[in-house]
Design a protein around this ligand. Structure first.
Ligand code: ZN
Ligand code: ZN
Ligand code: FE
Length: 753
């Protein structure tokens, strides 16, 4: 049999995921020699041996890769004979490559779950992991990624674990968090004055407590969760009360995918996302009611599958198929990671705490996604995703992007990569601002990053902007919606002039007004504002966020005059007269009424008009309820609007009110309104194309989290001959702003602008 040599280049997600040891094991299984190494494109293998074995190796490789890896391209070519005498893993040559190889956390794998049933020292062991699975980012303190630099440092490997750790042919070779019943961390249940340390006692008691309507805190991978029985209305109501979480939807963890399908609609693409190793929360349409208290006024529920060994152990005992699993915090504070803080702060919410003695270093929330037009759409990018880099065609080195304010993420530039932070949250909250600063320090240390240039939002009052200004290094400011569109462009590798449609809730404009219904012509350097939704007064500024009816009043007064309040009094049902008068006089006297072209505020107004949400208890509740109200997506009915220089919704409001008076179904009105926005997106885009011949469109901004708007706009624009780009792996909300900021800064720096 002939000896042959082949070179294999693999691109994709192949670094920091145990790929090289996997290649080593596969090579030895096929009795082949050669080398494997990381390079800046991916993984490079030279393989040498008997021809049939080499071919067998190449055939087997893509089918057996570690679960957290993904091959986008594999090229194998004949190469010169080297006469290797063994197979070797070659160390990374470049320091900066090593540095960006921090893997996100990975859901426990099938093999480890089996080990928990058979392997003597891992029976029911809740920290079982291997090279293919387990905690990563959440336990890393510093690089290189070695056990002493993680929160596993204090746990000394026992002989059995040490053997596995050192044996390159073992699935646990160099698995930094490797542990077992004898040497690793342990769970504990703290209940009143008792505590339980035996895992079966813990899960038995937890089951009893949850099934009898009690609420528990459970330490997760990136922070504490609060858990209870989702089928028990009383308990869920009690949880909302204790957590001061009036209306916000609560996520569920289901025992398995079949159970999810009993309660929620799951498409193939949604299933893929649910069972992926990243295990995000996926927003799914309700099939049947789980509890009236779960997703008030919405038609979706966020569901996820177990991802820690402990989750599996608990579900083995539970007789209910799902748990409420919401973040362990108060309202908008960051999720709690510290055991002491959990004991102090969660005591008033929970009846018992399940904790463990391994520290969480990097806080992560559960990531949240939905599927539209067969593509995953990340809304909250954290556990399982951060800190995976985004690759650009630009030099990003040394650029720090401060992000926006409300759902902040920051980002750092390394080489040609952008490393986005995990979801940080609303910086106006003091604890969150602390988390922001602390994470920035950690990222700088972890990724050996020194900012030379900091890029921030133009908003002078954003805390992220103030933070950037205080750094006393070179700063650059970027307009909010330009950053949204640039984020979409960067994610899709676009670096040219595009039509940018940014439908968004807020954002500081170059004229000092609040923007958010924007049609831009832009590239990575600059933008031109082609047109936008007509400016409307926003009475009380941010105060309207909790009172969507204020925007309704403002729109109606703007288009039909103050008498509308008397003429159409039925529209104001349930709102105290004194409040209407107060806000009305703010509008007429122009007191504290910033001007806004925001799409989010328009959706607020329409949600209030249709009675879907007059006052809201959490961010974006009104647009979410309006979306839920809109029934049949196939309906193509729409309203009129005017486009001269700006876009006016006067006729749209007139027709909506007529429809309400004529008793037209509210869901029909809601869908007709959605269609209006979708059609005007096409109409204006065609105008821009006429003028500029640009046919590529980038869609971004918080309003594109609305599935109807995103799904139908994309389809309609494609049908109209446009090349349409939207966000998938990076949020289209303000969590994606930092990517756009870095892309713009990198491009301007390259052109020395
Ligand atoms: Zn595993
Ligand atoms: Zn051990
Ligand atoms: Fe925004």
């Amino acid at each position: 049999m002939d000896i042959i040599t082949k070179e294999i280049n693999i691109k994709g997600l192949v670094q920091g995921v145990g790929f090289r040891p996997f290649v080593y094991r596969l090579a030895s299984e096929f009795q082949l020699n050669g080398t494997v190494e990381n390079n800046n494109l991916g993984v490079y293998i030279i393989i040498e041996g008997q021809e049939d074995k080499v071919e067998g190796f190449i055939k087997a490789l893509p089918n057996r890769i570690p679960q957290a890896s993904h091959i986008s391209k594999l090229c194998a070519n004949k190469a010169e004979l080297r006469n290797f005498s063994q197979f070797r893993i070659v160390k990374s040559r470049s320091r900066s490559e090593e540095v960006t190889e921090v893997s996100p956390d990975i859901a426990v794998c099938e093999n480890c779950l089996k080990d928990m049933e058979h392997q003597q020292n891992r029976i029911d062991y809740a920290f079982t992991n291997c090279t293919n699975c387990g905690p990563r980012f959440t336990i890393i303190k510093d690089l290189p990624y070695d056990r002493p630099k993680t929160s596993m440092a204090e746990f000394v490997l026992c002989n059995d674990c040490d053997k596995e750790y050192k044996d390159i042919l073992d699935r646990r070779f160099h698995a930094q968090p490797v542990a077992c019943n004898i040497c690793g961390p342990h769970y504990k249940l703290e209940l009143d004055n008792k505590s339980y340390a035996d895992i079966n006692e813990i899960t038995d008691n937890a089951t009893k407590l949850i099934e009898s309507g009690k609420i528990l805190a459970i330490k997760g991978l990136g922070g504490y969760h609060i858990a209870c029985d989702p089928f028990n209305n009383e308990t869920v109501r009690e949880l909302r009360k204790r957590k001061a979480r009036e209306g916000k939807p609560l996520a569920l963890m289901f025992n398995n995918i079949d159970e999810i399908k009993k309660y929620l609609h799951v498409s193939d693409e949604e299933q893929k996302l649910l069972i992926s190793w990243r295990r995000p929360i996926v927003l799914l349409k309700l099939k049947k009611t789980i509890s009236e208290q779960l997703a008030l006024g919405l038609d979706t529920v966020g569901a996820m599958l177990p991802y820690m060994p402990f989750h599996y152990l608990l579900f083995k005992k539970l007789n209910i198929p799902a748990l409420v699993l919401t973040s362990g915090n108060f309202s908008d504070e960051p999720i709690i990671i510290d055991n002491g803080v959990a004991r102090r702060n969660l005591n008033s919410i929970v009846d018992g705490i399940i904790t463990y003695n391994r520290r969480i270093h990097n806080r992560t929330d559960d990531s949240v996604a939905f599927v539209s037009n067969n593509k995953p759409r990340i809304i909250r990018r954290s556990r399982g995703y951060a800190p995976s880099p985004v690759h650009l065609q630009l030099n990003t080195e040394g650029i720090l992007a401060a992000g926006a304010e409300l759902v902040n993420c920051f980002a750092i530039g390394k080489g040609s990569q952008v490393i986005m932070s995990q979801h940080i949250g609303d910086l106006k909250n003091l604890e969150t601002l602390e988390f922001y600063k602390e994470s920035m320090k950690r990222f700088s240390k972890l990724f050996r990053f020194k900012p030379e240039l900091v890029v921030a939002d133009m908003h002078p009052e954003y805390l992220s902007t103030k933070f950037a200004d205080d750094l006393s290094i070179e700063t650059m400011k970027v307009q909010h919606h330009h950053a949204h569109i640039a984020s979409c462009m960067a994610e899709n590798n676009l670096d040219e002039k595009v039509i940018g449609i940014s439908f968004d809730g807020t954002g500081y404009g170059t004229d000092g007004n609040i923007w958010g219904g924007e049609f831009l012509i832009c590239d990575l350097v600059d933008f031109e504002r082609y047109t936008h939704f007509e400016y409307i007064k926003q009475p009380g500024g941010d105060a309207t966020n909790h009172h969507p009816w204020r925007m309704m009043l403002s729109y109606l007064v703007h288009y039909f005059g103050e008498d509308i309040v008397k003429e159409k009094a039925f529209l104001f049902e349930g709102i105290p007269h004194t409040e209407i008068e107060l806000v009305g006089s703010m509008i007429s006297k122009n007191i504290n009424c910033p001007l806004t072209s925001s799409a989010g505020r328009l959706f607020d107004a329409v949600a209030a008009l249709l009675g879907a949400c007059k006052n809201s208890s959490y961010h974006a509740e009104a647009p979410m309820r309006l979306e839920a109200l809109a029934g049949n997506e196939k309906l193509e009915r729409k309203y009129s609007y005017d486009f001269g220089e700006l876009i006016s919704f006067k006729r749209c409001f007139k027709e909506m009110i007529e429809d309400i008076e004529n008793g037209i179904d509210k869901s029909t009105i809601a869908m007709s309104f959605h269609n209006t926005i979708i059609h005007l997106a096409k109409h204006i885009s065609l105008k821009i194309k006429e003028k500029t011949a640009i046919s590529k469109i980038a869609l971004s901004g918080g309003t594109f989290q609305n599935r109807i708007i995103l799904g139908k706009t994309e389809k309609l624009l494609r049908k109209s001959g446009f090349e349409v780009y939207s966000q998938s792996n990076i949020p289209s909300n303000d969590g994606g702003i930092a990517l756009g900021q870095i892309a713009i800064a990198a491009k301007r720096r390259q052109l020395k602008i």
